[in-house]
Every structure is written in C-alpha cells, then in structure tokens.
Design a protein around this ligand. Structure first.
Ligand code: GLY
Length: 309
C-alpha cells in the first residue's frame, strides 16, 4: 500500500502578497505528514502532526493567528477522524495551543464525540494540557482586524471568503498510511467577529470531515453554508457511486454553489485525490510516497496536476 497526504490551507480570496506564505505553509504540513508516514506512523499521527504545525503557523485561521470573536477572544473548533466512524471534536475551546490534539483525546479517551466550551477546556486540563495565555493565540493582525470590523455597520462574515483582504483559512489534512488506513483532521478559529459560542462546520461530522467506505473528505469555507449541504458527506456519497474523486468533489461544490455557498473540499482514497473549490483561491499540497510534492492555489492548478495516486 502506498502512503499519501493531501492538505488544504483554507478557501478564500487569498491576496497576492499572502500566496507565498500559504504555499509554504501547506508544503511544510505535507512534508511533516509524509515524513511521519514514511517512518511507519499511522495516518492519525500524520494528520495530527500536520495540523498541529499549521495551528502554530499564524498564516492560517487555526490555533495561533485565529480570527477573534465579538469580545476579542480566540475560540477554536477542531475535528479528527479515522475509519469506522471514529471521530472526536472540540468546539469553542479557548487557551489551547493545539485543538486538534484535544479532539484526538476526545475520540480516544471518552465515549463521546463532541465536547464544547468549558467542558472541552476542563477535559483538556484533566489530561495535562498546558493552558496557554490568550495573548499567545492572538496576533496583532487579528486585533487590528477586530477593531476595523467593530467599526463597520455592514460587516458580514461571509465576505471573508470572497472579498480581499478580509480572510484567512481553516486548515485540513487527509492521510492514508502503509496499512491503507485513512485519517482526517480540520482545525479553525471560525469566522471573524463571530458571536461568542458560534460553531461552524469544522467540528460537525459530515460537514467539516467525513470518512466512509475508505473515502475521506475534509472541507473549508463559510461554515454556515457547508453545514446546510453537509458538504463532506455529499462528496463521499458521490464518490461511493463509483465516480472519480475529482468528479465527486466537483459535484459537492456545485451543491454548495446551489445555495450560494462558498468553500472547498479535498478528498482521498486508495487510488486518487480530489480537489475542488469555488472561492478565488485555496492553497493545497499533496504527495504520494516519495514522489514529488504538488502544490497549488489557483483554480487552474486543480487541472494542472495529475491527481491520481
Ligand atoms: N469553515 C470554518 C468556519 O466557518 O468555521
């Protein structure tokens, strides 16, 4: 079995001066996951390592550098999943450097799927997670954005995804290991100036991530729209009807477009990768074993690469 990795760094109108940071960020995450898999680690370990790295990278809306909510706090959501419908999610957690690691603990150490807010933070403390200061997650760029938005009467969080220069992206990863097992992970700070307690698509099974029949999908974009169409479940269901992953991803994004939704999806199975998005850009990287890594960000890049595994 060949191992493989696909990463996204968020679907939105990434301005030209942020392209390099995004490409570098997804490339580093892809490298990290590939290295784990090469060493014989599980797809779950590889996904956790890749997402943890991106949570530390302030280029992305996840972990350090996340958008802040209406009271100037960072509240984060994450999901991690493996096959057989095993998944763990955390919603609206604060003061945690790596929500993806907490989501994994929810999956492995509880008989629940989702922990929110205070409950998720208490669970983190119980398991020895170090509480980090709010300042360590909040960066100057986001504080500036917070004050700009606060002064605007007509701000809508959806503008973030298709109008420069409002954005930043959720991060996501899918890996398949040497035993053929698939894992998925997504992490986000949500949308800018969200209400306290707002939860988007990311930690919702079938919206932010889904794996079934050895097909994995993870999403990014405007969460309220993604939840409506259950984007990743749709994508996997299309693929189960023996469609190529490219065609399944395309159809799922068309469904999102039907409701004027904005976002992207990446997919993986034993044979292929699938990538689609309807935002101006989405940073992505993918690699099969030691073959050269492919990295893209523009709509035409989806077709430029041969995305079979
Ligand atoms: N897709 C990230 C969010 O809407 O929260």
């Amino acid at each position: 079995m060949k191992y493989g990795v696909i990463i996204h760094g968020g679907a939105w109108d990434i301005p030209d001066d942020a392209v390099l940071d995004h490409l570098q960020g997804v490339q580093e995450a892809c490298d990290t996951a590939s290295k784990s898999l090469r060493e014989g680690k599980s797809s779950l370990d590889a996904v956790e390592a890749a997402i943890s790295l991106m949570e530390h990278n302030p280029t992305f809306d996840a972990g350090r550098g996340s958008f802040v909510n209406q009271i100037g706090e960072v509240e984060m959501d994450a999901i991690i999943a493996t096959e057989d419908f095993h998944f763990g999610s955390v919603c609206a957690v604060t003061n945690i450097a790596n929500p993806i690691q907490l989501a994994r603990l929810v999956m492995e150490k509880t008989n629940h799927h989702i922990l929110v807010g205070r409950g998720a933070n208490l669970f983190a403390l119980e398991h020895g997670f170090k509480e980090v200061s709010p300042e360590s997650l909040l960066i100057g760029r986001e504080l500036e954005r917070y004050y700009q938005i606060k002064g605007k009467k007509d701000f809508h969080p959806k503008d973030t995804f298709h109008r420069k220069p409002n954005g930043m992206g959720t991060v996501g990863a899918l890996c398949i290991d040497l035993t053929g097992k698939i894992a998925a992970g997504v992490s986000t700070g949500g949308t800018p100036y969200k209400r306290v307690g707002r939860v988007g698509d990311t930690p919702i099974w079938g919206a932010g991530a889904y794996i079934d029949a050895h097909i994995g999908a993870v999403a990014t974009g405007y969460g309220e729209d993604i939840i409506k169409v259950l984007l990743t479940k749709k994508a996997v269901e299309y693929a189960k009807r023996e469609e190529s992953l490219s065609s399944a991803a395309f159809k799922a994004i068309q469904d999102l477009e039907q409701i004027s939704g904005l976002g992207g999806v990446i997919m993986l199975n034993e044979q292929e990768f699938g990538i689609d998005f309807n935002t101006p850009r989405m940073a992505f990287a993918f690699q099969v074993e030691s073959n050269s890594m492919q990295v893209g960000i523009n709509p035409e890049d989806r077709n430029r690469f041969k995305i079979h595994r």
